[in-house]
Design a protein around this ligand. Structure first.
Ligand code: KG4
Ligand code: ZN
Length: 344
C-alpha cells in the first residue's frame, strides 16, 4: 500500500492531502486527509485571481496546511512513500511555492518527489472515487480549462476538443462581473438563473453548426453584453433572465458536444463501457450536471461526477496521480527484476 502526500498550489487554493492506495486485496484507496484553503477572500475585491497575491498567500499558509494534512491523516514523513506536487500548468508563482516546498520535504525525509501535471490530477480523480477502468472520456470544465480528453491510461491522454477562446468558468466569471455579481461568478450566476426565464433572451450556441468537439464561449459573452446593453436599465429580473439564458446556452452546448464525444468514443472503443467523467469547478452547476446526465442517459452511457470537493482544485487528486504513477513504476520494476534473473 502506497501512502503519498500531495500538494496543490497552481491557482487560488492552497491544498495538501494524504492518500493511501488500494492494497490489492479488495480494500479501495482512501483519502486520509484533504485540506483546502481557498483564497477567494483575497481576490474578491479584484474580481478575479491576482497571480502575485496568490503566490504570496500560498507562501503564508502552505507549511501549516501541510502540517494539518499530516496530523489529520495521523502519519509522519517517515510513513509516506513519496511527495507529489503540481508542477504545472498554472500560475508560476504558486507552482514554485508548492513544488519547492515539496522538494524540501522530499529531500529532508529522504523520499522521492513526483512532479504532477495538474490536468492529470483532474483526469485520474474518478479512479480514486469510482471503480473505473481505462479508457474513459473526461470533460474538464473549470476557470482555466474546457476540454474533452480521452483517458486511455496513466500518462496516455488525447485531447479530442477544447474551447477555442474562453474557458466556461471564465465565461461565468465575466458574465457575473458584467452584471455586477460577486466573484467567483459561477455560483452567483447559478443562483440568479434559478429565478430567471432562459427563453427571454435569444443567445447563440456558438460552433454547434460545425462538426468536431471544439467549443467557443467568447461570442456568447459578447451576445450577452449586447443584450444587457439593449435591455437598459438592467433590473433584478432582467439580470436573472440574462443569467438563465446564458446558463441554458452553455448547458445546451455541453450536452450537444457530450453526445458527439460519446459516439466518437463508441466508434473508437466498441467493446469498452461508455463512460464520461466530469471534473472542474463548473461541474458544481446543477443545470449543467442535469444536462450532461440527460445526454448520457440518451446515449446509454455512465455519467461519473466525483464529489464536488474533489472536482475543484485539491491535493488529493495530486497525491492520487502520484500513487498511480508509483504503482506503474513498481510494476515496471517487477518486470525488470524478473528479466534480470530470468535465464536467457
Ligand atoms: O476548478 P476550479 O475550482 O478552479 C480552476 O479554475 O482550476 O473552477 C473554478 C471555476 C470558476 O470560474 C467558477 O466561477 C466556476 O468554476 N464555478 C461554477 C460554479 N461553481 C464554480 N460555474 C458554474 N456554476 C457553478 N455553480
Ligand atoms: Zn484545476
Amino acid at each position: 500500500m502506497l501512502t503519498v502526500l500531495g500538494i496543490e498550489t497552481s491557482c487560488d487554493e492552497t491544498a495538501a492531502a494524504v492518500v493511501r492506495g488500494a492494497d490489492g486485496q479488495g480494500t479501495p484507496p482512501v483519502i486520509l486527509s484533504n485540506v483546502i484553503r481557498s483564497q477567494i477572500d483575497e481576490h474578491t475585491e479584484f474580481g478575479g485571481v491576482v497571480p502575485e497575491i496568490a503566490a504570496r498567500a500560498h507562501i503564508a499558509v502552505l507549511d501549516r496546511i501541510v502540517a494539518e494534512a499530516m496530523a489529520e491523516a495521523g502519519v509522519s514523513f517517515d510513513d509516506i512513500d513519496a511527495v507529489a506536487a503540481t508542477a504545472g500548468p498554472g500560475l508560476i508563482g504558486g507552482v514554485i511555492v508548492g513544488l519547492m516546498t515539496a522538494k524540501a520535504i522530499a529531500m529532508a525525509a529522504g523520499k522521492p518527489l513526483l512532479a504532477i501535471n495538474h490536468l492529470e490530477g483532474h483526469a485520474l480523480t474518478a479512479r480514486l472515487t469510482d471503480d473505473l477502468a481505462f479508457p474513459y472520456l473526461l470533460l474538464l470544465v473549470s476557470g482555466g480549462h474546457t476540454q474533452f480528453l480521452l483517458v486511455k491510461g496513466v500518462g496516455d491522454y488525447e485531447r479530442l476538443g477544447s474551447t477555442i477562446d474562453d474557458a466556461i468558468g471564465e465565461a461565468f466569471d465575466k458574465t457575473a462581473k458584467l452584471l455586477g455579481l460577486p466573484y467567483p461568478g459561477g455560483p452567483a450566476v447559478e443562483r440568479m438563473a434559478r429565478a430567471g426565464d432562459p427563453k427571454r433572451f435569444a443567445l447563440p450556441r456558438p460552433l454547434l453548426d460545425r462538426p468536431g468537439l471544439d467549443m467557443s464561449f467568447a461570442g456568447l459573452k459578447t451576445a450577452l453584453r449586447n443584450a444587457a446593453e439593449k435591455a437598459q436599465p438592467v433590473d433584478e429580473q432582467t439580470a436573472r433572465d440574462l443569467c438563465a439564458g446564458f446558463q441554458r446556452a452553455v448547458s445546451d452546448v455541453l450536452a450537444h458536444r457530450t453526445r458527439t464525444a460519446l459516439s466518437l468514443f463508441a466508434e473508437r472503443f466498441p467493446d469498452a463501457e461508455k463512460v464520461i467523467v466530469v471534473a472542474g469547478g463548473v461541474a458544481a452547476n446543477s443545470e449543467i450536471r442535469a444536462a450532461l446526465d440527460d445526454a448520457c442517459r440518451t446515449a446509454g452511457a455512465r455519467f461519473v461526477a466525483p464529489p464536488h470537493r474533489l472536482c475543484t482544485d485539491n491535493a488529493a487528486m495530486i497525491a492520487w496521480a502520484g500513487i498511480e504513477r508509483l504503482e506503474i513504476a513498481a510494476r515496471a520494476g517487477e518486470i525488470l527484476d524478473d528479466q534480470s534473473v530470468a535465464p536467457r
